[in-house]
Design a binder for this molecule. Sequence first.
Ligand code: KIV
Length: 272
Amino acid sequence: MLYGGQSIRRVTTADLLAAKQAGDKWPMITCYDALTAGIFDETGFPVLLVGDSAAMVVYGYDSTIPITVDDLVPLVAAVERGSTRAMVVADLPFGSYQESPSQALATAIEFMKRGNAHAVKLEGGGHMAEHVRTLTQAGIAVMGHIGLTPQSVHGMGGYRVQGRGEKGKQLIEDAKALEEAGAFAIVLEVVPQELAAEITAAVSIPTIGIGAGVDTDAQVIVWQDLLGLTPGTPAKFVKQYAELRAIIKSGINDWALDVANKVYPDSAHSYN
Ligand code: KIV
């Protein structure tokens, strides 16, 4: 099994392909720092995504659009240093690759040289095929991302389900074009479950769903959403597995009250 499986080396694109062929499902989780990278790695996650969602969960922006290469590269480097087994995938930020295949290549090289990324992810379907081809021909592992592509939120008219009805055909073509260009996996974000199943059957590389139902080869989630750290109402596809916001608030409040009441530090936590 890919999740939790023992390995004395990093997970590779070949391992992910073998998992698809074996029908072995796996989780990918976002990660932005060395400490959580260590926890996720020890738990057995085969792939850690340093997503441009860092724009929101690390930097406090309200979308992924403002984040830059210089913002994201140090986080990628930290995640790589904090892990030993997982493949570390770096998201290419908005504006750092769309202009041309050569811009995409230069940015991917930055992430690999300065961030030690093992793979990069970029958003877009068939219109990004030449970008993907240029990267893969240079020996770079590329993950595609279609469906709801948050960097295009304004062009799409908001965060909405993509590929309903006839529009689904375009997403199937996009997935095939990315595979043909050499992508090793494709994220499918917020698309109807039946369409995700159809795309998963139509390509021989793994599909990784987020809000795409149960039939994709893998699932990805932003860890702060999964564990109840993100404030506000989560998206429909998020199932919360912990209430970290409440746990953190309770712990820091207990400590703060002990400080205010002169109970901390007691003699057991002081030096003679
Ligand atoms: O940036 C991110 O976290 C992502 C995932 C949601 C797929 O792209």
